[in-house]
Design a protein around this ligand. Structure first.
Ligand code: AMP
Length: 553
């Protein structure tokens, strides 16, 4: 029997209209580093999103599912793009401004971005890359910055001013001819880091964003309401800022956007002054903030709770924030899971001491994310908090494929998806009988430094380009300041000699300067697995046991 219920598609367009009308007075505050931040109501931001949609279609001719990219900090304009682009039927492609330029070029070309909306302060990043982006026809510049940088770089590209484009359009929601969208169609895309090869594009649907936002708004997850102000430190180019902008437009929670002021000192200042009730960021940000307020105390007491994820939150960090009256909610997720994959609400009726072992886990699975653990032989393992396996998940906001380079073409790599369609997360862990996940390892060898990813493969490939280097393996090692840093383990070709400073110099220019390792070790050979891959577990163990002769410079 068919239901008798209305079949209303779950779209970002609905989220936009709802937020700008039902929560008209809620606000987006963008930090400017000046005396006053910029404040914009949801009604205004929504109206400007309508204007942006109309300008993209009317002035720039964006149609159907063309890709409109953003190269932007977290700010009100980026939220406008988040809403306008999917609602008008195009695909929002958030470009990661921390990617090395060759990866930026790769993803923009792979997605065939037609338009890039860029913050003026990021023009020095875009200008050298732009000549390598043949599909880009329009660049829209928002905010202060040196436009002259585009003069040469953008010979074949039309440059527009964001504010001028908007000024010519009506902010009236009903004045725009919104397309009838299939809720399963693409709304936004985000590339994973290319840890084992090129970055892979995940395309979120209107439906997945809608359902993910509803989950994010449950009290077990972010639990935001109109009474909240959330500080969105997690970048908008990192998996839709963990879904926060869409979720807040659903419930009217206010947003505090740090723009480019992501250092601990301005973050502490904005918390003290604006008094957010919630915040979301990776552990490194919280480590930095803690050091800052320890050195120069500020009042963080407004933040009743903060969401920490993206990499494992050290229990000591959680304890330190507990002491400040800030409750840490530890969550796990990934680009392929939109990203909220777990929430961390301990079971009811426990004392704080009894809650603790639950709080330091990676969390509990919501109804939309069904987990299972696969053992090395593929057998499904029990949830006994002991049997460790690769976490696999499925659900309505979990990816089933990667974007294949043209609409309709998909990639379903075997190492990423099981035969029966579950996402293989690459994370290894255990699940307790009551469904709490603890990650014990990760299959990927990516290095998370200061909340950003460093691809060990990129460093290895670059190093192995040196004429004296035979083999090079790079692994993540713990670092007090950055969480993790790369350790380079190098095998020289017979009869060759080279100093570490020369190798560092060789890497500079080939990778981002901040990615160049400080720790180096020469070895006779890199340990290998049975199928001839570098065995990074062994290298990590050797490092931990002090078996490597490590030079730090
Ligand atoms: P990304 O796609 O950049 O969001 O990265 C996803 C990966 O980050 C996951 O597959 C995990 O390896 C790691 N990760 C995310 N959250 C956590 C967490 N709470 N604890 C440990 N690792 C995490």
């Amino acid at each position: 029997m068919l239901s008798t219920m209305q079949d209303v598609p779950l779209t970002v367009t609905r989220i936009l209209r709802h937020g700008m009308t039902m929560h008209a007075m809620s606000r987006i505050t963008t930090w400017t580093g000046e005396a006053e931040p910029r404040r914009r109501s949801f009604a205004e931001a929504g109206g400007r999103a309508v204007q942006l949609a109309a300008a993209l279609r009317g002035e720039l001719g964006v149609c159907d599912d063309e890709r409109v990219a953003t190269l932007m900090w977290n700010n009100a304009e980026h939220v406008e793009a988040y809403l306008a682009i999917p609602a008008m039927g195009a695909i929002l492609h958030t470009l990661n401004l921390r990617l090395p330029s060759e990866q930026l070029i790769y993803v923009a070309n792979h997605a065939e971005d037609r338009v890039i909306i860029v913050n003026g302060s990021l023009l020095p990043l875009l200008a050298p890359v732009l000549p390598h982006l043949p599909t880009v026809e329009h660049v829209v510049v928002s905010g202060p910055g040196d436009r002259s940088l585009l003069a040469e770089a953008a010979a074949d590209v039309q440059v527009h001013e964001y504010e001028e484009l908007l000024a010519g359009q009506s902010p009236d929601f009903d004045a725009f001819d919104w397309p009838d969208l299939d809720e399963r169609s693409g709304a936004a895309m985000c590339y994973t880091s290319g840890t084992t090869g090129d970055p892979k594009g995940v395309v979120f649907s209107h439906r997945s964003i809608y359902l993910h936002s509803m989950q994010a708004n449950t009290t077990a997850a972010l639990g935001l309401t109109e009474k909240d102000l959330t500080l969105v430190v997690v970048p908008q180019f990192h998996v839709n800022a963990w879904g926060v902008p869409h979720a807040t437009f659903m419930v009217g929670a206010n947003m505090l956007m740090p723009d480019r002021f992501l250092q601990p000192a301005p973050l502490a200042d904005m918390i003290e002054r604006e008094r957010p009730t919630h915040a979301a960021a990776v552990p490194t940000i919280w480590q930095g903030l803690l050091a800052e307020v320890t050195a120069r105390p500020r009042d963080l007491s407004s933040m009743a709770r903060v969401t920490i994820g993206g990499s494992a939150c050290p229990p000591a960090l959680m304890e330190a924030y507990d002491k400040l009256g800030v409750r840490v909610l530890h969550t796990w997720g990934m680009t392929e899971t939109s990203p909220l994959g777990t929430t961390t609400d301990p079971p009811a009726g426990l004392t704080p001491e009894e809650e603790w072992p639950y709080r330091i886990t990676q969390g509990h699975f919501p109804v939309g994310v069904e987990p299972r653990l696969a053992g090395p032989d593929g057998a499904i393992l029990p949830w006994d908090n002991e049997s460790a396996g690769e976490l696999e998940v499925r659900g309505p906001w979990v990816a089933r494929a990667y974007y294949g380079g043209s609409p309709g073409k998909e990639l379903v790599p075997e190492d990423k998806f099981s035969e029966d369609g579950w996402l293989r997360t690459g994370d290894v862990g255990v699940i307790s009988p009551d469904g709490y996940l603890t990650l014990t390892d990760r299959a990927k060898d990516v290095i998370k430094s200061g909340g950003e990813w460093i691809s060990s493969v990129s460093l290895e490939n670059a190093l192995m380009g040196h004429p004296a280097v035979l083999e090079a393996a790079v692994v993540a090692v713990p670092d007090d300041r950055w969480g993790e840093r790369p350790l380079a383990v190098v095998v020289l070709k017979e009869g060759r000699a080279v100093g570490y400073p020369e190798l560092k110099e060789f890497l500079t220019g080939r990778v981002e300067r901040w990615q160049v390792p400080e720790r180096w070790a020469l070895v006779a050979s890199v340990p290998k697995t049975s199928v001839g891959k570098f065995d990074k577990k062994v290298i990590r163990r050797q490092y931990a046991n002090g078996e490597l002769d490590v030079t730090r410079l």
